[in-house]
Structures are given as C-alpha cells and as structure tokens.
Design a binder for this molecule. Structure first.
Ligand SMILES: *Cc1c(COP(=O)(O)O)cnc(C)c1O
Ligand code: SF4
Length: 337
C-alpha cells in the first residue's frame, strides 16, 4: 500500500512548484549532467557570484549532451567572457530608473505600463538586461501595489498592463489572480500582457487553474513567450500553448538576437517555423541591450538587418519578427526592419 500521508503532502503543492524549486545552481553539477569537463567550458566565478547559474532541472533536458557550444547552454552558462569590461556596456542601459514613478511600475510608453510583478525568475539568462536590476528595492509591498494601480487608474490613456519581471509566472496563481483583479477593476484597462520565459523553461507551470483564471478575465490576455532557439521548444511547451490558445490567450514570442545562439538566418527561420508549429507567432527580435558583462553576445545592427532581409525572402510575412532596439527616452521601441 502507498503511504497516504505522502500523497497528501504532494497534492498541497502543485507539481510545477516542486519542479520550480528543483534547480541546478552548481556549475559543476550542470557539467556532470551534460557529460562535459570543466576544461571544455571554464566558468567565471565572478560572474556566477554576481548573477548565479540557475536552471530548472527539467529544462536541462533541452541541452545537448557533450556539446560545450550548445545554443541553449550558451544562454545559461557564466562564461569567462562576462568579465570583459567593454566600453559603453553599463548596469542600466535603458535608464529604467528614470521611468519608475512608483515601485514595481515602469511607464515609458503612453498607452501601456509594465509591472515588475515578480522579484525573481525560474532561470537566469546571461544576456538579461535586468541582471543588475534592483529587485530587492523594487519588490513591492501590497501598499506599493495599491499605489501602482492608483497610478494606472489615474491615467485613462493606459489601456494595457504588462506583467513582467522577473517572471510573473513564478508567482502563485493566487498572487497572479490578485494582480489581475486589480487591473480588471480599472475600466480603461482592456488588455493584460504576460511576458514570460516559463512557457519555455517550465511549461508545466501552465496548469488548469491558471488557464481557467485567464479565460475568466474580462481583459484580453496576451502572452509573450521568450524563446531564442527552436531547441528550447518541447512537447511540453506545445501542450501548454495548446491549453492557453483554447482559453483565448493570444500567443506571441520575442527573442533576443545573440552571437553563438541564433545569429544565422537558418536558425532564425527554424525558430519562426517551430514557434508557428506550436501556435505562437514571432513578435519582436531584440538587438541586445548594452548591459555590462554581455558584450560577447552582441550582434552588429547591419548584420541583424541582413538576417531579417533573408527571413523576409524565405518566410511568409507573419513569421518574420520585427527587429527592434530599446532606446532610453524614446516613445516606443525603435524598429530597424
Ligand atoms: C517593451 C516595453 C513595453 C511594450 O512595448 P510594445 O512595443 O507594446 O511591445 C511597455 N513598457 C515597457 C517599459 C517596455 O519596456
Ligand atoms: S527570464 Fe527574463 S527577466 Fe529572467 S533572467 Fe531570463 S531574460 Fe532576464
């Protein structure tokens, strides 16, 4: 007979939450899981100390065994290259602190605000433009959230609320539902947009309770996944997108163009086609931000434009992402193709 107490404990915590706390954080362990030797992939202790390695154990399955140049691994591994000090690469290239009127809220573009809804992510992406973000100083209390929603309520131009992060899907369903309720209570808000990497790195997160809550919202719901390479997609991500689509969620993807990950037209074409195969349309292809420690990922603007031109020739228009960069002080993202 099975021990009944165990099944009770397990049913209290959703399976995805258990998976979310089952993380690989030790570079040595990740090397061992991938059958790699430290000499093939030296890690920077300094980089890992400042922004630690963090990968859900489930997602390790998306990395090819024995390949130190794997494009998924490259997004996660604290390379020695991060120690290079490159001119013009800074802590806050987007000057986000200038657009932060209330803790947890960024208002850069007239009709939409971004809430840094969660103070952490399921994964640490080395190219992340928020890798130096002061999450601790921006971890809003309930009172701060009140102030944020009062700010939105006071500006009728704001029609869309973006939940970003950190990863908003790292929050519990209860916390997410509370945030949704606050947005739903403001008559001029019509749309909520969830920016997440969870559909890729832990698609099991999309459980029935969450999908039902999104379906029940009076708001239009848009979910923007962050996927950079077709290899990151899985049978599990496909199943999650299917549930979301069945609950009327609009599915888009944004990528960052990264040297050694997706800086060829064939990889980008494969990515667009694989996303479409899972019911997701490409939205943005971001040029990397000039964040300290990420210069080795940079792709020159003219090279990126050349790649998008090839995509335009080879793919239907709806599978070509818009090439953009975020520039501080601009009223929208700057479009380059
Ligand atoms: C990118 C971004 C948005 C959304 O911009 P769209 O062009 O609508 O996708 C909104 N607010 C902030 C602060 C952003 O960085
Ligand atoms: S999930 Fe997004 S916010 Fe989190 S580390 Fe990755 S890129 Fe940054």
């Amino acid at each position: 007979m099975q021990a009944p107490s165990l099944s009770i404990i397990q049913s209290d915590v959703p399976a995805w939450q258990q998976m979310l706390s089952d993380l690989v954080t030790d570079p040595q362990e990740l090397l061992a899981l991938l059958g790699l030797d430290a000499s093939q992939l030296p890690a920077s202790a300094q980089a890992a100390g400042q922004f630690p390695l963090k990968v859900p154990r489930w997602f390790v399955s998306r990395i090819e065994q024995g390949n130190p140049h794997d494009p998924v691994l490259r997004q996660l591994w604290p390379l020695i290259d991060e120690e290079t000090q490159a001119a013009g690469y800074v802590i806050d290239p987007l000057e986000e602190s200038r657009f932060n009127p209330v803790p947890g809220l960024l208002h850069k573009y007239t009709s939409r605000v971004l809430l840094t809804a969660a103070p952490h992510c399921a994964v640490h992406c080395r190219y992340c433009f928020r890798r130096h973000f002061d999450y601790a100083g921006n971890a809003p209390s309930r009172e701060d959230w009140r102030a944020a929603f009062d700010y939105i309520a006071a500006d009728s131009r704001i029609g869309e609320v973006l939940l970003s992060g950190g990863d908003p899907l790292a929050l519990s369903n209860r916390q997410l539902s509370w945030l949704l309720e606050q947005a739903e209570a403001i008559p001029h808000v019509t749309t909520v947009r969830i920016h997440t990497r969870m559909t890729i790195v832990l698609p099991q997160r999309i459980d029935a309770e969450l999908s039902a809550r999104l379906a029940a919202s009076r708001l239009r719901v848009v979910l923007v996944s962050h996927c950079n390479h077709a290899q990151e997609l899985s049978a599990e991500s496909k199943a999650s997108f299917k549930i979301l689509a069945a609950n009327s969620v609009t599915l888009l993807n944004q990528s960052v163009i990264l040297t050694g990950v997706n800086d060829t037209s064939s990889v980008l074409i494969e990515l667009s086609e694989a996303l479409f195969g899972q019911g997701v349309l490409p939205y943005y292809l971001h040029l990397p931000d000039a964040v300290a420690g990420t210069a080795h990922f940079d792709v020159a603007l003219d090279a990126a434009q050349g790649l998008v031109t090839t995509l335009q020739q080879r793919l239907p228009g709806y599978l070509v992402p818009r090439l953009v960069r975020e520039e501080p002080g601009e009223k929208s993202k700057t479009r380059y193709a």
